[in-house]
Write a protein that binds this ligand. Structure first.
Ligand code: HEC
Ligand code: HEC
Ligand code: HEC
Ligand code: HEC
Length: 270
């Protein structure tokens, strides 16, 4: 009877453990949690606010269109982009590194400490030049070529470039892609309008078709090439808040898991 009790206790505890595991799926306790509960390469006990390393409710940097961004962004011109590799098949036009990619690289290029923020946790800590939350506890990201990508991006999947291999054709100037893509080796994206602005995404096999969801490959509207066009950025493949995509662990903040390379084939017809 005593043994039975022990058995049921173990079962109960492990079931609770499983539930709490699901409850923490997200940014808290992930590698993007830089507080003591986090799982990345650098953590601090100075604050237990998880979001402050990336977001601030007031006084954010709007140089890149990333919601309420709390970090000092790098100079777009400081990166070596994929096209300089001159692969014979690359035909998308690149813009300078920007959009959400610039936000990711504010930690992932390894050039500044990961806790440099514009608005410190608590009152009175606003400084647009940036200051460290914990000058002794957290430094720059280490480990090249990943997770620290560096400023030479030629060994990474291209970013900050038009979707569709040459983008919208001349007959399709607003990029609705009603006609053919610049390169037929890509799946046509979806387009909708929110607040008068175009939004684009590529439907993934997960979720509802023709509805933009975080499990789709998100394309980012940029106006760098004369017209507003859909661009591929780090956030096209990654969701920085979700380290347990579809209930699986260790899927590296991907929008969907990459079973049978379904991330790649969402965009590439291969
Ligand atoms: C490691 C950096 C990082 C941390 C930590 C982080 N975020 Fe974000 N968050 C981002 C980035 C980057 C984007 C922009 C994503 C995009 O444009 O696709 C974003 C976008 C968002 C958005 C708008 C888009 C969406 O997914 O709904 C919300 C809301 C948000 N974050 C809330 C939070 C909250 C709340 C926390 C803390 C619990 C948090 N974030 C922690 C990086 C972070
Ligand atoms: C505040 C700094 C910070 C920002 C901003 C940030 N990251 Fe990270 N990221 C980290 C840290 C720290 C790790 C953990 C590195 C390690 O220990 O391996 C990490 C790890 C990752 C990993 C690997 C996770 C794994 O399971 O191995 C991916 C993928 C990633 N980040 C993508 C992104 C993307 C995409 C963005 C922008 C949307 C972003 N990160 C923005 C700090 C950041
Ligand atoms: C076209 C899709 C795509 C884009 C764009 C992309 N990634 Fe990734 N990334 C992936 C996939 C898929 C993996 C998982 C690779 C694996 O399982 O080994 C990954 C893995 C990573 C990792 C973890 C690598 C490791 O082995 O520890 C980091 C960090 C990362 N990405 C950061 C970024 C950042 C920062 C950007 C933008 C500069 C970016 N990614 C753009 C698809 C992408
Ligand atoms: C969000 C859409 C998207 C996703 C997801 C995606 N790609 Fe791409 N990829 C592109 C675009 C757009 C280009 C630029 C191609 C061009 O213009 O020729 C590209 C370029 C490439 C190139 C370089 C082509 C060249 O000619 O130099 C390779 C290789 C590649 N992708 C492989 C992958 C792999 C492997 C995956 C999955 C891990 C993946 N891609 C996921 C959109 C995507």
């Amino acid at each position: 009877m005593k043994q039975m009790n022990f058995f049921w206790k173990v079962l109960l505890i492990s079931t609770l453990g499983l539930w709490s595991g699901f409850a923490t799926a997200g940014v808290v306790a992930s590698k993007h949690d830089l507080t003591a509960s986090g799982g990345g390469q650098a953590t601090t006990t100075v604050t237990d606010e998880v979001c402050v390393f990336c977001h601030t409710p007031h006084g954010s940097d709007t140089a890149a269109p990333v919601p309420l961004w709390n970090k000092v962004l790098g100079a777009p011109g400081s990166y070596t982009q994929y096209s300089t590799l001159q692969t014979p098949t690359f035909d998308s036009t690149e813009a300078p590194v920007g959009s959400v990619s610039l936000a990711c690289l504010s930690c992932h290029d390894g050039t500044q400490a990961m806790d440099v923020v514009i608005n410190l946790p608590g009152a009175g800590g606003y400084n647009p030049a940036g200051q460290e939350i914990d000058a002794t506890g957290i430094g720059q990201m280490v480990g090249s070529p990943v997770p620290m990508l560096g400023t030479d991006l030629t060994d990474d999947h291209p970013i900050s470039m038009q979707y569709g291999g040459g983008g919208a054709s001349a007959a399709d100037p607003d990029g609705t892609f009603a006609g053919t893509l610049g390169d037929p080796d890509f799946n046509a994206p979806e387009k909708a309008t929110v607040n008068g602005n175009p939004i684009w995404w590529v439907d993934s096999p997960v979720g509802t078709a023709a509805t933009r969801e975080k499990t789709d490959m998100i394309l980012y509207a940029r106006n760098d090439l004369g017209t507003v066009q859909p661009f591929v950025e780090c956030g096209s493949c990654h969701d920085p808040h979700n380290d347990q995509t579809q209930g699986q662990t260790s899927v590296q903040f991907l929008r969907i898991n990459n079973t049978a390379s379904q991330i790649c084939t969402a965009c590439h017809v291969k």
